[in-house]
Design a binder for this molecule. Structure first.
Ligand code: HEC
Length: 106
């Protein structure tokens, strides 16, 4: 967990333009976390080698839902739904994930 945190900090320091562009969190760090922790159940990106679970909303569905703002996603992740495991995400990871999901909105 500490390594992930260091990675996120490094990414933010090395890519300030990217972080500024993406709102509050870091899109690249969020995508990495999503592929690592969320791809077992959710479709998290266009190119994904692992099959996601049927009946679980894809990150594109979540991004397209006008009720799911980045703030709402962050709140959800801080206190996950019973059907979803509590992954003990840090605030920084939650922010990056919410920003990444928000970046999938089109
Ligand atoms: C073990 C499977 C599993 C994993 C791993 C998982 N999820 Fe989920 N997630 C679910 C299920 C099932 C739901 C639907 C909950 C419901 O509505 O009953 C859900 C719902 C959500 C929602 C709410 C969607 C909505 O419209 O209400 C968000 C946001 C979300 N997941 C984000 C994530 C993120 C980010 C990760 C990785 C850190 C993740 N999930 C990892 C199973 C999972």
């Amino acid at each position: 967990m500490r390594l992930t945190l260091l990675f996120c900090l490094a990414v933010m320091l090395l890519a300030p333009a990217d972080a500024a562009h993406a709102g509050s969190g870091n899109v690249a760090a969020g995508e990495k976390l999503a592929r690592q922790w969320c791809a077992a159940c959710h479709v998290v990106a266009e190119a994904q080698d692992r099959a996601a679970t049927i009946g679980v909303p894809s990150f594109f569905d979540i991004a397209a839902n006008p009720d799911m703002s980045e703030a709402k996603i962050a709140t959800f992740l801080a206190d996950p739904h019973p059907r979803m495991p509590d992954m003990g995400l840090s605030n920084l990871e939650i922010r990056d994930l919410a920003t990444y999901i928000g970046s999938l909105r089109r």
